[in-house]
Every structure is written in structure tokens, then in C-alpha cells.
Design a protein around this ligand. Structure first.
Ligand SMILES: [Fe+2]
Length: 189
């Protein structure tokens, strides 16, 4: 995703940031890979998440759609999971790895917020609302797919209420950053 976004950007500052993010993500992948290799075999990715990561859900219009999906939703969930995993899986090494990665993820989220605010004026109303619809569908499909695949105790914590509350939080942020108005988000829902 970052490579695609970088190839499509003519802004030198954005291109440099995305190059840095590619290095960050490559380092994160290597760290988690080493950690998981110490635990044993690595399981299959959940189908909806695997599709999303394979780029099959790239927004076909403005690149801003993809930036919001990656930098606000995916990174936002990543940061939250990194914080929560310490409680779910009390492993000192995992907590250390997550703590070392979290500042990078926070920087990636800040990039997404900045890009959204700077560029939202370039989109027409139809595309803004369409991006919002698409993001909600994508997010809910991935959240359902992930929660189907995890053990009972944690899945209980990720029930329907969790999903609605969690999406409501994303919706508040997207409204605050100007993707849609509260009325448009209500209409889209
Ligand atoms: Fe990241």
C-alpha cells in the first residue's frame, strides 16, 4: 500500500514520509516474524484481512480513500491492539516489542490525519460519502473476520457492542477530520 501510494504521489515531503514508513513497516514485520518463530508455526491470516492486505480493497478513486483505510483505520486498530495485547497475553517480550513500535504507528496515524485534513477539500461530496460507506463496510468485514477466528474469552470482548462502539469512535474521528458531516454519516449508516 505504501509503495503504491508513494508511486502515485508527486509531493516530495509525502514521498519521503512514505519511504520512511516502508522502512518502519519492514522493521516491524521482521521483529514480529522473529517473535512468532520463537513461539512456533504462524497461522493463516483471516480471509477478509488477507484480502485487505493483498490490496484487493484499494479505493479506485482518490488515493485519499486508501490513505484513510491504511493510516487511520488499519494503523489505528494496530496501535490499539498493541496496547491491549499486553493485557490479553502478558508476555514481557511482546510488550517490549509493542512499546518499541507504537511511536512509529502513532507517527503513521498522524500522517493520515494530516493528509485527510489537507486534501479533503479536493473531493466532491459524492466521493467523500462513498469513501465513508466503503470504509465502514471494509472495517466491519475485517472486524467480523478477525473476531470469528479468536478464542471465546477474547471474542466475547469483541462482540457486536464492541464493534459498534469501536466503529462509532472511528466515525467521530472521521467527522472531526471533515470526511463527512454528522448528518452524512447518519445518512450513510
Ligand atoms: Fe504502521
Amino acid at each position: 500500500m505504501c509503495r503504491d501510494l508513494r508511486a502515485g504521489s508527486s509531493d516530495p515531503v509525502e514521498r519521503e514520509f512514505l519511504q520512511g514508513q516502508i522502512s518502519d513497516e519492514t522493521r516491524h514485520i521482521a521483529l514480529y516474524r522473529r517473535y512468532l518463530d520463537r513461539l512456533g508455526a504462524v497461522g493463516e491470516a483471516e480471509p477478509a484481512l488477507a484480502d485487505a492486505l493483498a490490496g484487493r480493497f484499494v479505493w479506485q478513486g482518490s488515493p485519499l480513500g486508501t490513505i484513510i483505510a491504511v493510516h487511520l483505520l488499519l494503523e489505528g486498530e494496530g496501535l490499539r491492539v498493541q496496547r491491549e495485547f499486553g493485557r490479553w497475553f502478558p508476555c514481557d517480550l511482546l510488550c517490549q516489542i509493542n512499546a518499541s513500535i507504537s511511536p512509529d504507528e502513532a507517527r503513521h496515524i498522524a500522517f493520515g490525519r494530516r493528509a485527510l485534513v489537507a486534501r479533503i477539500g479536493m473531493l466532491d461530496e459524492e466521493e467523500r460519502v462513498a469513501i465513508y460507506h466503503w470504509l465502514e463496510g471494509l472495517w466491519r468485514e475485517c472486524a467480523r473476520s478477525v473476531s470469528d477466528d479468536i478464542p471465546g474469552v477474547i471474542r466475547l470482548a469483541l462482540g457486536k457492542r464492541w464493534m459498534n462502539e469501536r466503529w462509532a469512535r472511528h466515525r467521530r474521528i472521521l467527522i472531526r477530520l471533515g470526511l463527512v458531516s454528522a448528518a452524512e454519516a447518519g445518512m450513510a449508516a
